[in-house]
Design a protein around this ligand. Structure first.
Ligand SMILES: Nc1ncnc2c1ncn2[C@@H]1O[C@H](COP(=O)(O)OP(=O)(O)O)[C@@H](O)[C@H]1O
Ligand SMILES: Nc1ccn([C@@H]2O[C@H](COP(=O)(O)OP(=O)(O)O)[C@@H](O)[C@H]2O)c(=O)n1
Length: 231
C-alpha cells in the first residue's frame, strides 16, 4: 500500500499545471499526502536532465547536441509526497537541481522534443504504477502527458506575488530581478513548439494571488473529493 493509506476504490489521477511560483509543488505535495496519493514533480525531472547536461559539458545552445544525448542519463523519481527524491545515474541531485545555473538553463533543455519524449514516457509509467492514484505537477500534464486525468487544475498568480514567494525562498534575493527571470522563463516555456505551458480546455483555473497556501490546498482537496464521489 502506498503512503500507508488505505486503498481507495479507483486510482485518481490529478494534473496540476501552471507557471513558476504559483504553488504547484507545495499544493501537490500536501494534497497527495492528505489523500494518500503518490506525487510526481515533473519540473524536477527536467531540472535533473539539465543538471546532467551541464555537468557533462553539453552545449546547451545547440538543440541537436542536446537531442543526441537525451537518452543517456538514467533519471529515477521517488513518488512519496513525504520524501520526494530524484537521482541521476544513482546520484542524489535533489539539491544541485535547484541552483541558479540549472534554473536559467532548464527552459532551453526542456524545449527539445527528444528530451520531452523521454521524460513524458517516464511520467506516464510512474502515473500508471501508482496504486492509489497520483498528483502530477508541471506545465503540460493536463494537455499532453495525462490528457485523460480525472481532475485538471491550472494555478495562476500575479508576477508580483510569484516573485515575492520565490525571493522569500531564495533568502532575500532581489524581487525585481526574480520577477524578470520568472517572466522570461514563462515566456520561453509558453512559446516552445512542443507541449508548451498551457491550460487544458477542461482544467479548473485557480488564481492563488490572494489565497493562502492552506486555502489552495483545501480547494484542491475538495475538488478531488468531489470527483471521487462522482465516480
Ligand atoms: N498561496 C500561497 N501564498 C503564499 N505563499 C505560497 C502560496 N503557495 C505557495 N507559496 C510559497 O511560494 C513558494 C513557491 O511555491 P511552489 O509550490 O514551489 O510553486 P511552484 O511549484 O508553482 O513553482 C514556496 O515557498 C511556497 O511555500
Ligand atoms: N511538465 C513540465 C515541467 C517543467 N518543465 C520545465 O522545467 C522547468 C522547471 O520546472 P519547475 O516546476 O521545477 O519550476 P519552478 O516552478 O520550481 O520554478 C520549467 O521552467 C520548464 O522549462 C516543463 O517543460 N514541463
Amino acid at each position: 500500500m502506498e503512503n500507508g493509506a488505505a486503498p481507495t476504490a479507483k486510482p485518481v489521477i490529478v494534473a496540476i499545471d501552471g507557471p513558476s511560483g504559483t504553488g504547484k509543488s507545495s499544493t501537490s505535495k500536501a494534497v497527495a499526502a492528505q489523500l494518500g496519493l503518490s506525487y510526481l514533480d515533473t519540473g524536477a525531472q527536467y531540472r535533473a536532465i539539465t543538471w546532467w547536461m551541464v555537468t557533462n559539458g553539453i552545449d546547451l545552445e545547440d538543440p541537436t547536441a542536446i537531442a543526441a544525448v537525451a537518452g543517456k542519463p538514467e533519471i529515477v523519481s521517488g513518488t512519496d509526497p513525504a520524501a520526494p527524491a530524484i537521482t541521476v545515474d544513482g546520484v542524489d541531485v535533489a539539491g544541485p537541481i535547484r541552483t541558479q545555473e540549472v534554473t536559467s538553463k532548464v527552459s532551453a533543455v526542456s524545449a527539445v522534443p527528444e528530451v520531452r519524449a523521454r521524460i513524458t514516457e517516464l511520467q506516464r509509467s510512474l502515473a500508471a504504477a501508482a496504486a492509489n492514484g497520483i498528483v502530477v505537477e508541471g506545465r503540460d500534464i493536463g494537455t499532453t502527458v495525462l490528457p485523460d486525468a480525472d481532475l485538471k487544475i491550472f494555478l495562476t498568480a500575479s508576477p508580483e506575488a510569484r516573485a515575492a514567494r520565490r525571493s522569500g525562498e531564495l533568502k532575500g534575493a532581489d524581487v525585481a530581478a526574480t520577477r524578470e527571470a520568472l517572466i522570461k522563463r514563462d515566456a520561453a516555456d509558453s512559446s516552445r513548439k512542443t507541449s508548451p505551458l498551457a491550460k487544458a480546455g477542461d482544467a479548473v483555473e485557480v488564481d492563488t494571488t490572494e489565497l493562502t497556501l492552506a486555502q489552495v490546498i483545501e480547494c484542491v482537496v475538495t475538488l478531488v473529493e468531489e470527483k471521487r464521489a462522482g465516480k
